[in-house]
Design a protein around this ligand. Sequence first.
Ligand SMILES: [Zn+2]
Length: 418
Amino acid sequence: MSWLLIEHADELVTAKGKAARRGSEMNALLVIQDGAVLTKDDRIAAAGPTGAVAAQLDALVREGETVTRIDAAGKTVIPGFVDPHTHFIFGGYREEEFNRRLAGATYMEIMKMGGGIASTNRATKEASEEELYAAGFHRMERMLDLGITTVEGKTGYGEDTKTEDKMLRVMERLNRDHPVDIAMTYMGAHSVPPRYKGRSGDYVDYLIAEGLPMARGRAAFCDVFTEEGVFSLEESEKLLLAARAEGFKLKMHADEIVPLGGAGLAAKLGATSADHLLKASDDDLLAMRGAGVVATLLPCTAFSLREPYARGRFMIDSGLAVALGTDFNPGSCYTQSVPLMIALATIYMNMTIDEALTAVTLNAAAAIGRADSIGSLESGKQADIVILDCPGYKHLSYHFAMNLVETVIKAGVIVRGN
Ligand SMILES: [Zn+2]
């Protein structure tokens, strides 16, 4: 039996529950002064005021069992961050493209110089499994530095089943070897490969015939890039229906560039989340609310592309459950920065810090179907805990874009700090 007691935190702060918090519920964090968390092995045994938790400790711990103690005076204790939308397995980098885009290069000019997703697809295909594994491991180390204890990771840079299988294998190995947990998503429908140019429908048939059986039972989710010139609403529905029949839960890249109606389809199909949503219509967003689809917003992408932000304020005021993700990927958003994301959400999207913290913990967990086991500091949940080097959670927005993470506990084990 392994016990860990974090005590005397200036603030212990958490959203509460085993499901996404919607609308005004997102602004109702539990804040406990002089707070404590007690963990037993990989689970939280108790959380609350230090006095109350200490009293339970005396009843729980048997003679001969040792308790590791962390004095969190002057610190803030929160749940580990969950990043519910990334493409963190990829080959190659696109720094040339990024800087040319900042200098004014158009999408077509970038394509002509061999940039865009096609270059990542090539590099990912050429990379060995070991190279992708090493790069992925390194990126997961950064995640832990930033307090991310669970991440969603997508395939989608393989233009064929063999490369997609390689991406999935890399994530399966990383999930076993690295403390950060990975929720895996199959996203064969990320771009249309050159050999299917002008025949995206045939490519969807190929994914249904080969890709879904390959990923079945391995990836929890199937995702699709529903966008003008990529996958139509009809093609997306066909793929997602086939995926649902195979046991996948559903995600969508919806209404990022053009208002195609992806958010409405996500509602119709009962997707777990619809992501991006920059151009989603009011009606489709309200349909998502009705269907309980989490709205996963990705402000770092809008920042990187100099696009307007998604309407987080409107969505929360309309009663939706909003989550925040980094969208970490080598093209449109090469960052893992939770601090930047919180700054953008609070300063530019008019979310309160309470809403933003809920969005990167419990609601992010709900966006990957894990709100019953992670995302909050409550008895019975996995002991994924972050200690911040600041005396209150409001410093997360106030001391903006800084990494305040000092100590990270993953499944009851101290993996960063001491
Ligand atoms: Zn994405």
